[in-house]
Design a binder for this molecule. Structure first.
Ligand code: ZN
Length: 229
């Protein structure tokens, strides 16, 4: 979709549209939604481009920020709250520790190629497989282009954790979870780590909060995770 089409969509917003709103207006007042899990169908198929940038989208994005915050995430894709639109929210530090907050609709990620390409391995986790982390090599820089919540074109230049976040969230909107990028052995470790901690996450988490650490279950989980290795 071109930028003029996005603007036209914003102009044509149906009743209830409040016109352009500041990003700050999306950061409060949202409702917490259940986070979908890996294996649920919506997580493993491509999304549909956002074409309407109206008050309904803004309410939806408020819910996404509220859900990401209560779940302690740095990024959240629409599919993770069971919605098929191509958009994500993020609040994530870059390589200088500066926290960058935003929305990207219809994201496309560009990573360096050839001599300029450098991979960095860091632990990565996903709110849709809560409590588990695994090391994954990704390009250390990423440019993410798309549209903001008002339908204006934006470009986010990501370094450090932000580079990883932009790639991870855009992957989600293409039906890819980071487990798809792991070796079989690492993916097995990741699932074992999640299984060991899954008892703390109710099915509707984070609508219902995470449960406490249970020392008996933690010890059992440690034993079965050791066996999985
Ligand atoms: Zn994720």
């Amino acid at each position: 979709m071109t930028s003029s089409a996005a603007r036209a969509a914003a102009m044509d917003a149906p009743d209830g549209s409040t016109g352009p709103v500041a990003l700050a207006d999306l950061l409060t007042g949202g409702a917490i939604r259940r986070i979908t899990r890996w294996g649920e169908e919506i997580m493993h198929r491509p999304t549909t481009p956002v074409t309407v940038f109206d008050a309904e989208l803004h309410d939806f994005l408020r819910d996404m920020f509220a859900t990401m915050d209560v779940a302690d995430g740095v990024g959240l894709a629409a599919t993770q709250v069971d919605d098929g639109r191509s958009c994500f929210v993020f609040r994530c530090p870059d390589i200088d520790g500066e926290i960058v907050t935003g929305v990207v609709c219809n994201p496309v990620v560009v990573v360096p190629q050839g001599d300029r390409r450098a991979l960095v391995s860091e632990e990565e986790g996903c709110l849709s497989l809560p409590g588990a982390y695994e090391s994954l090599a990704r390009p250390d820089h990423a440019i993410c282009r798309g549209f903001d919540h008002n339908g204006d074109p934006i470009e986010i230049v990501g370094t450090g954790m932000l580079a990883r976040c932009l790639q991870h969230e855009t992957d989600h909107l293409n039906g890819i979870v980071f487990g798809d990028r792991l070796s079989t052995r690492r993916r097995k470790h990741l699932y074992a780590a999640h299984d060991a901690i899954a008892y703390r996450y109710p099915d509707d988490w984070p609508v219902s909060p995470r449960g406490p650490l249970d020392p008996v279950k933690a010890a059992e989980a440690k034993r079965s995770s050791a066996r999985a290795r």
